[in-house]
Design a protein around this ligand. Structure first.
Ligand SMILES: [Mg+2]
Length: 357
């Protein structure tokens, strides 16, 4: 098992309700089996967002090392469960899970999605995320995204002039493009009810996490004319089951990083019992690839997925990064490039980092 720290700058700072993101530090994990087949995974905690530091994930991965390297005769799910018993940190064992799925795909010569279903999608619709905080900037980003063929635009709200930006984006996008908003749980119920009531006129497809908790979401959903999706409040199968019990959302967002990998994300989707939207967290294309295969394996994708984040990064660890064309992402495997991995590696990362690939 090789674990290396990499640093990737964003093309431009991303302003969100949890703060400004300018750089992503993450870990690429390579697992090679006894036949020399390597699978790649990634750990991409975002401390401002999930409170999990990269150093904590690194320590957990080192604790997993004996489990992973000594896992003879265990299947992927058993290895991930064994890691979880050592330390229950989803952001860390997600990297193991992703690398194991990637390796399983490579061993069989089939795309990961086809290990999950006989009829994987060949491409996945994705949304464009508009990061500008002013009306003019958001309108310009919307114009470019529509020109590029995106059928769904997402505006981060809970930051500044939300209604103004949403109005400007709708005006530019025209009536046929889906418009989604994401508050990352920033509003209280009264604010969410008022703002969503006002924004309904802009034909909002979906509001992601307008309020923070499942219970709050369940109450809000019955009072607003906009569909709602649960994201940050769903971090376990138990959360998903409660969402279903309270009939609290129209859709659930699946992120493989905080959910602890693809296996757990699938269990969460099943427990939630509503449409799933697979989203990334500004990982490299290595991390996004597994999420893309998860999306391709879902029985249906009524909403565009939030996987178009590699475009936000200045650099990536693969030559052909995973980005959309005409609003769709082709389902394919990616392999990190040795030179790019080295170029983006954080040199002063503390021991015990192995150097090599
Ligand atoms: Mg979200």
């Amino acid at each position: 098992m090789i674990v290396r720290r990499h640093s990737l700058r964003l093309r431009r700072p991303l302003e969100t309700s949890y703060g400004t993101v300018t750089e992503r530090e993450l870990l690429v994990v390579a697992l090679t089996d006894e036949d020399g087949v390597t699978g790649y995974g990634e750990a991409a905690p975002l401390q401002a967002y999930d409170g999990i530091s990269l150093a904590r994930v690194e320590r957990a991965l080192e604790r997993y090392r004996p489990v992973v390297e000594g896992a003879v005769g265990m299947n992927g799910a058993e290895i991930v469960d064994a890691c979880r018993r050592v330390e229950d940190l989803p952001e860390a064992f997600a990297a193991i899970d992703l690398a194991l799925w990637d390796r399983a795909g490579r061993r069989t010569g089939h795309p990961v999605a086809s290990l999950l279903t006989d009829t994987p999608a060949r491409e996945v619709p994705v949304n464009a995320t508009l990061s500008a905080l002013d009306r003019t900037g958001a309108a310009e980003q919307a114009r470019i995204a529509v020109e590029q063929g995106f059928g769904c635009l997402k505006v981060k709200v809970g930051v500044g002039d939300d209604a103004g930006r949403v109005a400007a984006v709708r005006a530019v996008a025209g009536p046929h493009v889906a418009l989604r908003i994401d508050a990352n749980g920033a509003w209280d119920e009264a604010t969410a009810e008022r703002v969503l009531g006002q924004m309904a006129r802009y034909d909002i497809e979906l509001a992601e996490q307008p309020v923070a908790t499942i219970d709050s979401l369940a109450r809000l959903r019955r009072r607003v004319p906009v569909k709602v999706a649960a994201d940050e409040c769903i971090r376990s199968v138990e959360d998903a089951a409660r969402l279903r019990q309270l009939d609290a959302a129209d859709a659930v967002i699946l992120k493989v990083q905080p959910l602890g990998g693809m296996g757990n994300a699938l269990r969460v989707a099943e427990a939630a019992g509503v449409a799933a939207i697979v989203s990334s967290m500004m990982e490299t294309s290595v991390g996004i690839a597994v999420a893309l295969h998860l999306a391709a394996a879902l029985p249906e994708l009524p909403y565009a997925c939030g996987l178009e984040t590699a475009a936000l990064l200045e650099a990536d660890v693969v030559h052909q990064r995973l980005v959309a064309h005409q609003g769709f992402m082709k389902v394919r495997r990616v392999v990190p490039d040795r030179d790019l991995l080295s170029a983006l590696a954080v040199e002063d990362a503390p021991a015990p980092y192995e150097v090599g690939s």
